[in-house]
Design a protein around this ligand. Sequence first.
Ligand code: ARG
Ligand code: ZN
Length: 878
Amino acid sequence: TTIHLTDYRQPDYLIDETHLTFELFEDHALVHSRLAMRANAAGEGGALPPLVLHGQDLVLQSVALDEQALTADAWQVDDSSLTLQPQAREFELAITTRIEPQNNTALEGLYKSGGMFCTQCEAEGFRKITYYLDRPDVMSRFTTTVMAERGSYPVLLSNGNLIASGEHEGGRHWATWEDPFPKPAYLFALVAGDLYRIDDSFTTMSGREVELRIYVEPENREQCGHAMDSLKRSMRWDEEVYGREYDLDIFMIVAVNDFNMGAMENKGLNIFNSSCVLAHPDTATDMAFQRVEAVVAHEYFHNWSGNRVTCRDWFQLSLKEGFTVFRDAEFSADMNSRTVKRIEDVTFLRANQFAEDAGPMAHPVRPDSYMEISNFYTLTIYEKGAEVVRMLHTLLGAEGFRKGTDLYFERHDGQAVTCDDFIAALEDANEADFTQFKRWYSQAGTPVLQVDGRYDAASSTFQLLCRQSCPATPGQTEKLPFVIPLRLALLDGEGREMPLQLAGETQARGTETVLAVTEAEQLFVFENVREEPLPSLLRGFSAPVKLVYPYSRDDRVFLAMHDPDGFNRWEAAQSLAVDVLQGLIGIHQAGRPLLLDQRLLEVHRAVLKDDSLDPAMVAEILRLPSEAYLVELAEEADVEAIHHVRDWVRRELATALAETMWSRFRQLGDGAGAYRADAESMARRSLRNTLLGYLMLTESSEALSVCVQQFVEAGNMTDRQAALVALVNSPHEQQKHAALEEFAQRWNAYPLVMDQWFSIQAASPLPGGLERVQGLMKHPAFTLRNPNKVRALIGAFANQNLANFHRADGAGYRFVADQIIELNRLNPQIASRMLTPLTRWRKFDEPRQLLMKAELARILASDDLSPDVYEVVSKSLA
Ligand code: ARG
Ligand code: ZN
C-alpha cells in the first residue's frame, strides 16, 4: 500500500507517559508497557474513536485498561495493528508482548548483535517491540527498566539518566532509566551487554558538566580515542556556530557490529555501526578516521536538529537529515580542508545522487508518497537535502541563516514539525520570501543550468544569459523554474577577479557575487568590464545543478591553472578530464586509435609541480572522474569503452609523467615516522598513495618493489591498504597473493579490517571478478547476516566493479539477484539497498537492459517479497 503526504491526519490519541519494562532472556524477551494516554483535543464529549496501535511480529500476551485485564474479545489484532475501544478520554493502557530478539535478522526493533542486545527503531522499528502509536508526532516521556542476567549483560542502558538499579535472585539484575525530554518512539534505545566503557567529560558553555561515555566490546577499547575527541569538538562547535548546548547530564555512544546503517541519534544513547566509531591508525584508514569524525558529529547534532525539534511525519525526513548533513559537512570543513571536503561531497553527489534523480526511484526532497519508508533514507533526502539547506545559507548569508535557525529552535523546541515550518522560521527572521525556493522540496530531478556569455567591447558589457530546465521524473512531467544561487566571478587574462557592477544596480558587488537565477530564461548584464572575461561559474557548487557553459578545452586549462577559487580550479581540471574521456570513448567506439590530449597531461604536470597547492587538492585533481560518474553523464553508457578508456588514460598519464611523479612521491617522504591524524599528514598520504597507484601502472620493477616494501613496512593502515590496492590491481600474481594472504592472516580477528580486504578484491576490475567474489562468499569471515560484510563484498562488486558486474553474459546480474533473494528473507532493508545498481538498467545497451530486467523480474516473482524489495523492484520495472 502507498502512503501519501496529503493524507496526513493528527493522531486521535496521545501518550503522555511511557513506562517500559524489558525482561531479556536468551530465547525470548517480555516487554511490559504502561501508557498514560488521552484523546487528542477534538470534540469534547463526542464519541471516542477506536484506538489503533501499530505492532508487527509481536505475540500479544495481555492487555489491561485502567488496571482491568481485558479479554480477547475486547480487542482485534492483525499483522500490523491492535485495535481497542477506550471508554474514557484519559486512561492507562498496559500491554505485555513477547518477542524473539535472537531471531531478529532484519536488525530492526530489538535484536542481538553478537552477545549483546540492542535496538534500532527509526523509522518504524518500535512497533516490533510493543504495540504503540509509532509515529513521530506522538511524543512521550519514557521511563525504561531493563532486566537481564548479570553475568552476560553487566551493562544495561536506555535513554536519559539512570535513576535506580538493583539485583534479583538467580543472578539477574535491573536498571531504570528516565528520559525527561518527550520524544517519539523512533528515538527510543536499549542496550544490554558485556561492554567496556571509556569515560570523559565536557563542560558546556553555561558551565554544566556532561559525562561522556563510549561503550565497546572489550577488544576494541583502544580504538575509541578519535570518536571521543570528535564528540567533544562537535559539542563545542555546535555551541559556537549554532548556540546549541547539550541538555542531559550524560551522553553515551555504543558500538555494535551488526547495524543496517551508519548510526542512530537515539536521545542520549547513540547507537553506532562499529565502522563509524572505531579508529586506530593500525586498523583504520584516513578515510575511516574522517568518516568517524563526520558521523559522530552528525548524530550529536541531531540532538537539536532531529530530537529537540523533530519531524511531524516521515515525509519531512529531510527536515532533520538534510539540515543535519549540512551541519556535519560544515563541521568537517571547519576541522579539515574546506575545499577538499567540498570536492569530496560534490564528487559523491554527482556520481550517486544525480543518478538517483535520473532513475526510477527519483523523488523530491520531500516525497509525496512511499510504500516503505526505509527505502527513503536516500541520497536525495540526505545529500540533496543538505544542498538545499546550503543554498538557503548562501542566500541568507551566515548571519541571516543563524538568525533563522535561532528562531526555528526557539519556536519549535519540543515539537514535531514540517519543512514548511523550517522555511517559515528562516523567512520570518530575515523578512525573506522563499515561496518559489520551496520548489526544491517538491520537484524531483536535477536541473540543467545552461549559461552563455557575450562580451561587447564597444559598451564594455558582459552579458550572461541563463536558461534552466529540469527533466521529467516519475509522476512529474512539467517543472517550474527553481531559485538557483549562482556564485561567480569574472576573470581577466591574468586570472584575476574583476570588479562586478550589474546594470541597474547602484552598489558594486565586489569581485565575487551570488546571482539568484529564478526565471526559465534570465539575462544579467555586467557593466564597465574592461576586457573580455572568462567567467568562473557555480563556485563551490553553489547549487545542485548540471552547469553547461561553452568553455573550450583551453578555457578549462586556463581555469584549472589560474582560478583563484580552489574548488573551481579542481572543477575545471575535472571537467577537462571528463571532456577528454568522453571524446576518447567516442573514438574508441569508432574503432580509431586513442591519442591523449596533451593539455590534460600539462595540467597534471603543472599541478604536480606546484608546491603551493594543498597536496590533498593535487590528489583530487589527479584522480580521474570515476566510472560511475562517466556512466551517469552518458546517454547510453558503454561499459567496456568507459572502463577501457579510463584505464588507458591513467596509464598514459603515468607513463608520460613518471619522472615528475617519482620526484613528488619521494619528496613527500617515505611514510615512515610517527603516524599523525592531522589534516596535513592526511593530505600528504593522500597524494603519495595516489601517486603510488599511478606509478604501479608503469609496470616498472622499481614501482613494484616500492609498493611491496610499503605494504610490508607501513606504520599505518592508510599506507598499507593503498599498497594492497595497487598490488591487487596489478598483474603481479605472486606478490598479490602473498600480500592478500599475509593481510588476512594478520587481521582476521578484526572484522572492520577484513571488510576492507573483501571490498578491495570485490572492486578489482581485473577479469574473473565474479568468480573471485563467489569464492570469497565461502570465506569463513564472510556472512550474509552482517550488513558491513554484505556491503564490503556484494555492494563493492555491484557498485564499484563496472567491468565485472556488467559482464556481457549477465552472470554478474544473476549473482547479485541471487543474493538479494536470499537477503530478502534475512534483512529486507539491506536487500533493498543492494538492488540499486540493477534499477539503473536504462543506462545500458539493449542486451544488458534485457538481462538486468530479467533479473528484476525474477526477484519480483520470488516468494515472500518484503515491502522494501517489492517497492524498489516494481517501481524500477514500471
Ligand atoms: N537517523 C539516522 C541517521 O541519519 C539513520 C536512520 C536510518 N534508518 C533507516 N531505517 N534506514 O543518522
Ligand atoms: Zn541523520
